[in-house]
Design a protein around this ligand. Structure first.
Ligand code: ADP
Ligand code: ZN
Length: 762
């Protein structure tokens, strides 16, 4: 009996057993929006030959089997389990949008930055690529062989004859538009033949425009590197042949020839037939940078924020096809789909613009490190003022440190002196932003045919509007921020939400008529320069003055040509520029960032003063820098004056260490916001409580600050509370935050976000 049963089963296996024995081809999907976990689907036979990991697909989801878009992140043959898998519906993309390496990188990002994988994927693949911008769905027509063979036996109109004649001479399908032109007919006649079943139509996406022409005229300008540069180059290339990852931190003063080192390292990598990515802050994507790379490399893809979706998609495809060897761009260029990457260079690595301030809140520097590690290639970080995070990693041996302590051709660093504003303030003669000492230096520079850069890191005319009678300060009704007076339009403007009102002539509170416009912004500085140096041209560069596309380039051209003698601006002019004729740099107020409630305030101040000082003395004529400050003895300012990064780090690092701040601990910042102050605050309390218990349970020693109102306690009508968590064990800290926040159910209209390794503390 038993034997009989067994043989029966062998002949007719029960359905469930059949499933067990059968292999299934399974696609694992991540949905672009919605749930964070991954889902398995069955790949139906019709899609098996076409599907690859990294493509987007449509799949039925939920009870109603609504079709939703997902990314295929994994494909595998698997023994069928008990659970019935739904089949995929269709494939969206012709090609894979993400290589296996990029899929792993995005998975790492989702894990590290505590966000959904799908959200990372959407951020990494440009919208223009996802939407196939600049391409058109086009019908291609062909004549099947079996039809061609019996054409002679059929009757046709002369037009139809022409169509078939054209097609008979083709080896590949012809675009319908081309065919209509060649056969001198309308598409309707072609459709008629198609309806008779004589033609085969095939739909395909094609590029609607011409490919961007790649100017290929590199000029071989082989500079002989000096000894320091050679050491740097050798260090970078040392891991190249052995295919070992290493990070080299190039700490080189401004003008020490860092960029030349990057260029020669990249040339070497390209000789191996591989590709390179250079990341620069958006602010450095000037025509100057572009010209420099274009003159040395033929095929450069320059990725900046002004590209159209179609241009971005074309660049992306050229990079993915390996037709471009060098990619230069701002932070998102770290996701360039280079199939054979050989090196990543990140210049001005200390810049906060490498961090994205919306989800996923990644730092391109840390993503670059992860990508370079995974692809076993060198990462080069360069800066005159490295972030303390990178500096500490170099000190601990994790990064290799290479110093370029002097400028190329033994050019001296500019001499930097401070002007004590406390004295200048007592001196009745100087009422404006420019002290007497600075005025005299400017006057001498102009007489000497030199050019001047004046830095003031504040936009607008007056930084606040105050009534001396009742003390009222005009604030934004939506943000806890003083409004800035913009003189040209006569408005009071919020720099956070763009709220504006007419600048009041009398105090809105007490009607006092002597309302004061206090504090200096770049507009007021410009007016003062024009008034005091009427015979010289002055140009202001800040986000207000540089709104039109191309205005940057035009302004720099005028300055380079010498047409403009005095350039006034915000940090926009502090970085990366190289103007040999600039012999004086004035910092109007070095303290603007010094007293912000941010543990990096000193570091930012040191960086800004050092960077702007680097804009002078780049030619043969030398240069000098005058720094106006109320705190000349502050370690950050004193060190910047002496170009002494080591001294700054030596003072600042112990402070960070004693407080457990980065680079000595990991930090997560949670911000809870909502339109109602009390409910928002209560929810923040609840989040903090939950975090405390989770961290305790995980035995993760952490310091939790808050909840407390954020430094900007109200923004765009939302009250903001922050919780700051620090721990020496970064992975445990992130894990605990993830655990504590997955179950969060905020009240209506209350939102929260977690920022890993935050740079913005306001
Ligand atoms: P950094 O990037 O450190 O600011 P750059 O690479 O821009 O420095 O170099 C500053 C200037 O010196 C540039 O004009 C560059 O062309 C020039 N330069 C760099 N290296 C050399 C070299 N080895 N010999 C001659 N000139 C050089
Ligand atoms: Zn506002």
């Amino acid at each position: 009996m038993k034997a009989e049963q067994q043989s029966l089963f062998e002949l007719h296996p029960a359905p469930w057993e059949e499933d067990d024995a059968r292999e299934q081809f399974v696609a694992t999907l991540v949905f672009a929006t919605g749930p964070a976990q991954v889902f398995d689907y069955l790949v139906p036979p019709g899609l098996r030959d076409r599907i690859v990991a990294g493509q987007r697909v449509r799949a039925p989801f939920g009870k109603g089997d609504r079709l939703v878009t997902g990314y295929c992140v994994r494909l595998e043959n698997r023994l069928a389990g008990n659970r019935r898998l739904k089949p995929l519906d269709s494939i969206i993309d012709d090609r894979s949008l993400l290589s296996p390496a990029m899929l792993r990188l995005t998975e790492w990002m989702a894990d590290y930055y505590l966000c959904a994988w799908g959200q990372v994927l959407e951020a990494v693949v440009p919208a223009g690529v996802r939407g196939q911008a600049g391409t058109r769905q086009t019908q291609f027509v062909s004549l099947p062989n079996h039809v061609a063979a019996r054409l002679a036996s059929l009757k046709f109109t002369p037009i139809q004859k022409r169509i078939l004649d054209v097609l008979a001479g083709q080896t590949a399908p012809v675009a319908i538009g081309h065919l209509a032109r060649a056969a001198r007919c309308t598409p309707a006649s072609i459709h008629t033949l198609h309806k008779k079943g004589l033609l085969v139509f095939q739909s395909r996406r094609v590029d609607a425009g011409e490919l961007d022409a790649l100017p290929a005229h590199p000029r071989e300008e082989h500079l002989t590197l000096n000894a320091d540069q050679q050491r740097a180059l050798a260090a970078i290339l040392s891991g190249l042949e052995s295919r070992k990852h290493q990070t080299v931190l190039v700490h080189g003063v401004t003008g020490s020839g860092k960029t030349e080192v990057y260029i020669q390292a990249i040339q070497e990598v390209l000789r191996f037939g591989r590709q390179a990515i250079v990341l620069v802050p958006e602010i450095s994507l000037t025509p100057q940078t572009e010209a420099r790379f274009r003159s040395r490399f033929g095929d450069v893809a320059l990725l900046h924020s002004h590209l159209t979706d179609a241009q971005r998609r074309r660049h992306w495809e050229q990079i993915a096809d390996g037709r471009v060897s060098l990619v230069v761009g701002a932070r998102s260029a770290i996701f360039a789909p280079t199939p054979n990457l050989g090196i990543i260079v990140l210049d001005e690595e200390h810049e906060s613009s490498f961090k994205q301030d919306s989800a996923p809140r990644y730092n391109a520097r840390d993503v670059a490190l992860e990508r370079a590690r995974a692809e076993k290639i060198p990462l080069v970080l360069g800066s005159a003022t490295p972030s303390l995070e990178s500096w500490q990693r170099a000190q601990s041996g994790q990064f290799r440190l290479i110093s370029l302590p002097s400028r190329v051709n033994d050019r001296p660093l500019p001499s930097v002196a401070t002007i004590d504003l406390r004295n200048a303030y007592r001196d009745r003669r100087s009422r404006g932003a420019i002290s007497r000492q600075l005025y005299l230096a400017m006057d001498a520079t102009l007489k000497d045919e030199g050019q001047i850069i004046l830095l003031l890191n504040r936009r607008g005319y007056s930084t606040h509007i105050q009534c001396p009678a009742c003390g009222m300060v005009l604030e934004c009704p939506h943000c806890a921020i003083a409004l800035t007076h913009h003189w040209q339009q006569q408005i009071a403007l919020c720099h956070y939400c763009d709220y504006q009102v007419k600048a009041p002539a009398v105090c809105p509170e007490c009607s006092f008529e002597g309302i004061r416009y206090a504090g200096f912004g770049t507009q007021r500085l410009e007016a003062e320069v024009r008034a005091r140096f009427p015979q010289h041209t002055c140009l202001r560069m800040d986000t207000d003055a540089m709104q039109k596309p191309g205005s940057h380039a035009a302004a720099f051209d005028r300055f380079r040509a010498g047409e403009v003698r005095i350039l006034v601006g915000t940090q926009m002019i502090a970085k990366g520029l190289d103007f040999p004729n600039v012999t004086l740099v004035g910092v109007i107020n070095a303290d603007t960032a010094l007293h912000l409630p941010d543990f990096r305030a000193a570091e930012r101040t040191f960086q800004l003063v050092t960077q702007v000082a680097g804009r002078t003395g780049r030619g043969d004529r030398g240069g000098r820098v005058l720094v106006q400050t109320f705190s000349p003895d502050h370690p950050a300012i004193a060190a910047a004056v002496r170009h002494d990064y080591d001294a700054f780090a030596a003072v600042e690092l112990p402070i960070r260490e004693s407080l457990g701040y980065p680079p000595f601990g990991s930090m997560v910042r949670l911000v809870v916001r909502g339109p109602a102050e009390v409910t928002t605050g209560q929810f923040a309390d609840e989040v903090a409580r939950l975090l405390r218990t989770t961290l305790d349970k995980a035995q993760c020693t952490a310091r939790i600050l808050g909840p407390a109102p954020a430094p900007i306690a109200k923004l765009r009508g939302h009250f903001r509370f922050q919780i700051q968590i620090q721990a020496s064990d970064g992975p445990s800290l992130r894990q605990a935050v993830r655990t504590a926040t997955t179950e969060l159910k905020p009240p209506a209209e209350v939102l929260w976000m977690a920022d890993i390794d935050p740079l913005d503390m306001l």
